[in-house]
Write a protein that binds this ligand. Structure first.
Ligand code: PLP
Ligand code: TYF
Length: 396
């Protein structure tokens, strides 16, 4: 039967890393995949994580299965990070989180839950969005439609067009919203715009699905949750797929969560029981290590303070690289205005470089960025900056 199977296309982002690894040139730079690098160009384990792991190694007594929804202290910590300590939603018992294998696993569980238990069949995603969104949603059976998000002319957000597109959505349609640090553009709605998005979802009966993979990489842990909290306070129902891959540097531990918000506790309980059923049919129950790391850190004042300091360090280093990038481009003789890069949020910048320029960066200079022109600023360092800017100046 396998002889009939055709070759699958490479993942547009992970495929780039494979090409990078195969490149023998010494000065090569990978600004493709969204992985945080420190000033030395490394992605080390966070100090807080190392300490939590040391404790776990010493104290862990069993490798017995977790429940279907994973570590309970972890799930509670997720709710508080999303909605804030003392949140009304939590007090009203309208929200429940389940541990999931990464943000991707959470997106897939959320999609399958919707497909198996509701009449909804359509999800709206921003144009552009993370390359894997369409893949995950369509594999689960959802129909994917796009809403306008980005305006190339001024490297800004076309909010009016976004609202006009979403006004054509039907009641019960899902709307994928990036909680902060929009991937790939780095452009997020303002507080006022979040308010309007919430109103539209409420008035039209649209169900937000928040993808929250970068909490703490924009302005701060609480600041970055503002949009999600504004919308959550306005709509009866929503879903959240959150991830600790980036903000805890736990990429390969596959640790995230799927969260259900419903109009009342009874509805939430029923919905959550079906989320658990979806998980049971998918991988039965999650692995423990990542969740235990996160719950150990968030449950301990000292470790939590250490983690927050490390997250701040990552956020501030990226912000510094944004400014340095803009200045270094000018110093390399680029006359075009790239100042928009310093106002974008998170790991990525949408450079506006076209496909040919991206190809030349790779072929002639060994500088790898995603075909859309997305640059991972989190991969820039003071030492690779001159190479990057010289290459960009040349292809411009
Ligand atoms: N959603 C967005 C917008 C992302 O950029 C990523 C990237 O990793 C994910 C989800 C998936 O995160 P995870 O690695 O936790 O599956
Ligand atoms: O957008 C990125 O670069 C990150 C990393 O299948 C990533 O989200 C890329 C592809 C993928 C999983 C993670």
């Amino acid at each position: 039967i396998f002889s009939q199977v055709t070759q699958a296309p490479a993942d547009p982002i992970l495929g780039l890393t494979e090409a990078f690894k195969a490149d023998a040139r010494s000065g090569k730079v990978n600004l493709g995949v969204g992985i945080y690098k420190d000033e030395a160009g490394e992605t080390p384990v966070l100090r807080s994580v190392k300490q939590a792991e040391a404790r776990l190694l010493e104290q862990e007594k069993t490798k017995n299965y977790l429940g279907i929804d994973g570590v309970q202290a972890y799930n509670q910590a997720v709710l508080e990070l999303l909605f804030g300590k003392g949140s009304e939603l939590i007090a009203q018992n309208r929200a429940q989180a389940s541990q999931a294998p990464g943000g991707t696993g959470a997106l897939r569980i959320a999609s399958e839950f919707v497909m198996s238990n509701t009449q909804s069949r359509t999800i709206w995603v921003s144009n552009p969005t993370w390359a894997n969104h369409q893949n995950v949603f369509e594999t689960a059976g959802l129909q994917v439609k796009e809403y306008t998000y980005y305006r190339a002319e001024d490297h800004g957000m076309d909010f009016d067009a976004m609202m006009a597109d979403l006004a054509t959505a039907e009641q019960g349609d899902l709307v994928l919203l990036h909680g902060c640090c929009h991937n790939p553009t780095g452009i997020d709605p303002t507080i006022e715009q979040w308010q309007q998005i919430g109103e539209l979802c409420r008035d039209k009966g649209l169900v937000p699905l928040f993808d929250f993979a970068y909490q703490g990489f924009g302005a701060g842990i609480e600041e970055d949750a503002q949009g999600l909290r504004i919308v959550a306070a306005m709509v009866p129902e929503m879903l959240v797929a959150s991830s600790f891959s980036k903000n805890f540097g736990l990429y390969n531990e596959r640790i995230g969560a799927v969260t259900v918000v419903a109009a009342d506790t009874e509805t939430k309980d029923k919905a959550f029981s079906q989320v658990k059923r979806t998980i049971r049919a998918s991988y039965s129950n999650p692995p423990a290590h990542g969740a235990l790391i996160v719950s150990t850190i968030l449950g301990d004042e000292t470790l939590r303070a250490e983690w927050e300091a490390e997250l701040t360090e990552m956020r501030e280093r990226i912000a510094e690289m944004r400014t340095l990038f803009v200045d270094s481009l000018a110093a390399a003789g680029v006359t075009q205005d790239f100042s928009f890069i310093s106002t974008q949020n998170g790991m990525f910048s949408f450079s506006g470089l076209n496909k040919d320029q991206v190809a030349r960066l790779k072929d002639e200079f060994g500088v790898y960025i995603v075909g859309s022109g997305r640059i991972s600023v989190a991969g820039m360092t003071k030492s690779n900056m001159p190479v990057i800017c010289k290459a960009i100046a040349a292809v411009l």
